[in-house]
Write a protein that binds this ligand. Structure first.
Ligand code: PMP
Length: 344
């Protein structure tokens, strides 16, 4: 980090070096020590700052990008925000094709950050010309001098985390980490981090978190793409209806699936128990911990690192809205207390 007396040349110098924060309450009924790698401390409030900066700087090094060029991406929001932020500082145009599943807050934020946003239907197949993949591909062909980041199929996504998130966690845990638990979307975070950590200690157990409605877990187990696994779900940024090449399935030991409803309640519980205001997938990752803990996965001496990918402020109209929770039927079943805003 290039800084003196906490004065920085620009925001980019603040990317990475996020804190590892001990979770003292939420998992206290389980054996083991639980630590969250809180990625909302990045200046763009998510882990995606790391890949935006890394991939853009790799393209600059290869002479592919020069100021004034256009950067194109498909994104559920966070990557778009990070690319838009890096583009402003480095002088690029940013064009984003996003899923209609993304929250209105996220889309407004991208526009605020100067990006040109195309909203594409979420529930069409990846090869449909209306899908955000196809829209981005078409824009890349049409816009001269454009670079398509293509985070799901770009191995540099893995390298970004191999070079930053992995070494940070190794250092922060003084090499004592025993488990890594992380959501898998593009798979870049878990793959790059796991690859680095397993090179230091192959015994570290790496557990991916997937959504019901996604093909990732089944693919990991069978190496076959099973279309029957696919159906709509609400968590943004987790799981997939295709197999991303930015996922290195060989460095992941197992996947755990979590539901929309339990992940939403667990995200709310993280705020209420730890004072950490994080996003929906942080709730999903923590929900996986709850399930693994119930199954007796952890021992007293274990040091479990959980990645919390982004900040809660991006979900005010969703998980952190009682109205939204009610509309999903998430207050109907076991969590009546939450509906009345009773303390957990
Ligand atoms: N959480 C959120 C909120 C995300 O936007 C993403 C990225 N799609 C992830 C988790 C998963 O990270 P990765 O793409 O590196 O697997």
């Amino acid at each position: 980090m290039k800084h003196k007396n906490q004065v920085f040349d620009n925001l980019l110098d603040l990317i990475g070096h996020t804190p590892l924060i001990k979770l003292n309450k939420i998992a206290s009924k389980f054996k083991g020590n639980f630590y969250a790698k809180v990625e909302s401390f990045n200046p763009g409030h998510s882990s995606k700052d790391r890949i935006a900066l890394y991939i853009i700087e790799q393209a600059e090094k290869k002479g592919i990008l020069t100021p004034g060029d256009t950067i194109i991406e498909t994104t559920s929001g966070n990557t778009g925000f990070s690319i838009a932020m890096v583009s402003i500082i480095k002088g690029y145009d940013c064009v984003l094709a996003v899923s209609s599943k993304s929250s209105a807050d996220k889309i407004d934020m991208l526009k605020t950050m100067g990006a040109k946003v195309y909203v594409c239907p979420a529930h069409v197949s990846a090869d449909d010309p209306r899908s955000y993949y196809q829209v981005a591909k078409r824009l890349h062909e049409e816009i001269k001098g454009s670079v398509y980041i293509n985070q799901y199929f770009n191995k540099l996504n893995i390298d970004a985390h191999y070079n930053s998130t992995g070494p940070e966690i190794w250092k922060q845990t003084e090499g004592k980490i025993t488990h890594l638990v992380a959501c898998s979307g593009t798979g870049g975070t878990i793959s790059g981090t796991a690859k680095y950590l397993k090179e230091q200690n192959p015994n570290i157990k790496v557990i991916g978190v997937d959504a019901f409605g996604s093909v990732i877990k089944k693919y990991h187990e069978t190496r076959e793409f099973d279309e029957k696994e696919i159906y709509p779900y609400r968590i943004e940024g987790l799981g997939k209806n295709l197999i991303p090449t930015a996922t290195d399935f060989d460095v992941i030991d197992e996947f755990v699936k979590v539901t929309d409803e339990e992940s939403a309640h667990t995200a709310r519980l993280i705020a209420k128990s730890e004072g950490l205001f994080v996003g929906y997938t942080s709730g999903a990752a923590m929900q996986a911990i709850m399930q693994l803990g119930e199954d007796g996965e952890f021992k007293k001496e274990d040091n479990i690192v959980i990645i919390f990918p982004d900040h809660g402020s991006r979900y005010m109209s969703k998980v952190y809205s009682d109205k939204w929770m009610n509309e999903q039927g998430f207050f109907d079943s076991k969590n009546e207390a939450a509906a009345q805003n009773i303390q957990y």
